[in-house]
Design a protein around this ligand. Structure first.
Ligand code: ADP
Ligand code: MG
Length: 686
């Protein structure tokens, strides 16, 4: 019901809905000492005035007196108060003191009538994130009433030695201190204990998983022959960058072991991940095993096949493509060659996961844009090769903080250097009222022989109105946002029509979006690649990594709708050739919070942008759970990173000594892993 809106769906969620603030209502303040600001007062009512205004307006005023002075207390719009207060009553009030002229008054937020000989019992009052329908008072009552029962459901699984080492309160006490504190100092310690446990659970799952992988072994050790680096680079059209060389060396070292590689390669768009993948594939081929490369869309998979072929052919690596849109005969032939081992590399989309695709001996799996695939899909592909070495690649920079948590069970490598000869992209934020100038600028570039992208966040009016997720959907579910109020979103279809008919009647304008068939999309992309289109209007379906070096302008309409990381990705589609390139972000006139867009004007560093995005989104996702929907955590990985690192060290230490957690004092930890959704997700992830 109303709780769901706060992300509270289970009793555990309710317990984990910890206060966002506390009011210290322990000691009433002497009236004479009151300054402007929050205050609590206990006093006697001297006189009461009630004023009924028009409509719902109602004002109750009471003069309150204690041993030190008198103050006017005011209640606005509280009809039920009528007739409830009388001179002589003993009253507690909490509210905000303001100064009106010479007089002070207190606008009452909460009050309590005290019986004649009742003493005021001071307390610290928790304030919860609340909604209009579910005010903090109702949440407070729901939690207070059930607190013992909620706490009883949690076992304290931390080994006692660890609790002692960090001088933590017991878990039950920590929960109680957070929801019903007696002392403000306890709260911080209690919260730290709770988030330590939360982080520890995920870190422990990652460590256990890593240990299991190491223990299981089973991967084919692929040794590099002497002089392999020189032999490899001799056949390349360019010299690898230092970053590429370093990363390839790490990957080759991983592949020499019997523990299957599980490495995540991060590199900004255009950083040259394809070459790194090629290096892994060539070593696999030398070692006599096949490779599979899976990409999220046909456009991307086809581009991989095209880019890899010239790098691989000199080493005798034969490539087969497997797409959903292939004809039956072509598909059968490809599958035959993969099954027989004749094909050394299979490149494709999800179609690779089909049962009919089997390998003679699959030893290496490469997954591009790995976050676009579900856990099960990644496992399914690896499953076709026993314990295959796995290289996951992403152009979405993952900030250090998240890399430590979400991908805690993977080894992470970063390509932090772009190939030489790139011109930096200039980025501007321009409000929609100046869109005509933006399009004039597009025209100038087209006249210079360049091409442009115009990105809209919805396909057409139907999509905009009933499900306007396209912007978020294509990339990263966690960036999904409710549509902010404001003018309706610009749709790709309408904008394409307008550009064709009114703005650029003399230019070649084309349209691509996610509801077109793969064949239609390919046709549009092919025309754009061949330079037969000047301006391509698209939804975010224009994939990360699509490479059209002649495209030099990227216009993003309704730019306020996107996360910074996603805008950075979109921007990466230009600046791939020698031409000076531009990215123009166009938020609507009245969109609020567009300051963040200016981050993109200032930096091209994907990691910096991702970190900024994370901060802005206050990301709280942990473990594999991010894939199963946005899991809320109490700890915030950015702000509580120090706690995370301590928890991780503790977890690593335990697993190093007791990899299967079989020691008696570690038994409860196995149950802990079982109870935690984040931990379970981490453990099943391939
Ligand atoms: P990513 O997949 O990381 O976005 P690509 O592998 O597609 O990037 O590389 C981007 C472009 O840079 C390609 O055209 C590629 O040929 C080129 N490239 C890659 N490595 C180098 C290098 N060391 N020197 C020069 N050009 C390179
Ligand atoms: Mg790529």
């Amino acid at each position: 019901m109303k709780f769901a809106e706060l992300g509270v769906n289970t009793p555990e969620d309710l317990l984990a809905h910890i206060p966002r603030a506390y009011r210290d209502w322990r000691e009433p303040m002497p009236i004479a000492s009151l300054r402007e600001g929050e205050a609590i007062v206990v006093g006697r009512v001297l006189r009461v005035k009630e004023r009924k205004g028009r409509g719902r307006f109602q004002l109750v005023t009471a003069a309150l007196q204690d041993d030190t002075g008198v103050i006017e207390a005011k209640w606005f719009g509280q009809r039920y108060l009528a007739g409830k207060l009388s001179p002589g009553d003993k009253l507690f009030v909490a509210g905000r003191v303001i100064r009106t002229g010479l007089l002070r008054e207190i606008n009452v937020g909460a009050h309590k009538l005290l019986r004649e000989n009742e003493r005021y019992e001071g307390e610290i009052v928790p304030v919860y994130a609340a909604t209009k329908e579910l005010p903090t008072r109702m949440i407070r009552n729901a939690i207070a009433k059930n607190l013992d029962r909620l706490i009883a459901q949690h076992t304290d699984a931390l080994p006692p030695a660890l609790v002692r080492r960090f001088n933590f309160p017991p878990l039950a006490k920590a929960w109680r201190d957070v929801h019903a504190p007696h002392d403000l100092e306890q709260i911080a310690r209690a919260r730290e204990r709770i988030i330590f446990d939360e982080f520890f659970t995920v870190a422990l799952a990652a460590a256990v998983k890593r240990a299991r992988r190491e223990a299981a072994g089973g991967a084919r050790p692929l040794m590099r022959p002497n002089g392999f680096w020189d032999a490899f680079t001799a056949e390349l059209p360019f010299a690898p960058t230092g970053a590429q060389q370093r990363v390839i060396d790490r990957i080759w070292t991983d592949m020499e072991r019997t523990a299957p590689m599980n490495r995540l390669l991060q590199g900004d768009v255009g950083s040259g991940k394809t070459l790194v993948a090629a290096a892994a594939i060539v070593l696999a081929h030398k070692g006599g095993v096949q490779s599979a490369l899976m990409a999220p869309t046909e456009i991307l998979a086809a581009q991989h096949a095209a880019k890899l072929a010239p790098l691989l052919i000199p080493f005798g690596v034969t490539v087969e493509a497997v797409f959903g849109s292939q004809g039956a005969r072509q598909r059968r032939n490809a599958e035959d060659r993969i099954r027989s081992g004749e094909a050394a590399l299979a490149v494709g989309t999800h179609a690779l996961l089909t049962e009919s695709v089997t390998f003679a001996d699959l030893g290496l799996v490469v997954i591009d844009e790995q976050h676009r695939f579900g856990v099960n899909q990644r496992m399914q592909l690896r499953g076709k090769g026993g314990a295959a070495h796995t290289l996951s690649m992403t152009a979405t920079p993952i900030p250090r903080t998240l890399a430590q948590t979400k991908y805690a069970d993977m080894d992470v490598s970063i390509i932090d250097e772009l190939p030489p000869g790139r011109t930096p992209i200039q980025t501007f934020v321009i409000r929609a009222s100046r869109k005509h100038e933006v399009y004039e600028f597009v025209r100038k570039n087209v006249e210079l022989g360049r091409q442009a992208y115009v990105v809209a966040s919805a396909i057409d009016a139907a999509e905009r109105d009933d499900n306007d997720d396209d912007a978020a959907d294509d990339h990263n579910g966690s960036q999904k946002k409710k549509r902010p109020p404001g003018p309706p979103l610009i749709t790709a279809t309408e904008e394409a029509d307008r550009l064709k008919n009114t703005v650029f009647p003399d230019l070649r304008v084309d349209l691509i979006h996610g509801r077109m068939t793969p064949r239609e999309k390919d046709a549009v992309m092919d025309r754009f690649k061949r330079g037969e289109t000047d301006v391509l209007v698209s939804t975010t379906v224009v994939e990360v990594g699509v490479d059209v070096p002649n495209a030099s302008v990227m216009v993003v309409l309704d730019a306020h709708r996107y996360g910074l990381a996603q805008l950075h990705q979109l921007r990466g589609r230009v600046g791939r050739g020698v031409a000076e390139s531009f990215c123009i972000l166009v938020p609507p006139e009245d969109a609020g919070e567009i300051e963040r867009l200016h981050v993109l004007e200032q930096t091209a560093d994907g990691f910096e942008i991702a970190e900024a995005d994370l901060r802005l989104r206050k990301a709280g996702e942990l473990g594999g759970t991010a894939q199963a929907g946005d899991a809320e955590t109490i700890g915030n990985i950015v702000d509580d990173f120090a706690v995370y690192m301590r928890a991780k060290e503790a977890a690593d230490d335990i697993v190093a000594r007791d990899p299967d957690l079989s020691a008696p004092e570690h038994r409860p930890l196995l149950a802990l892993l079982n109870e935690s959704a984040s931990a379970r997700a981490m453990l099943v992830t391939a």
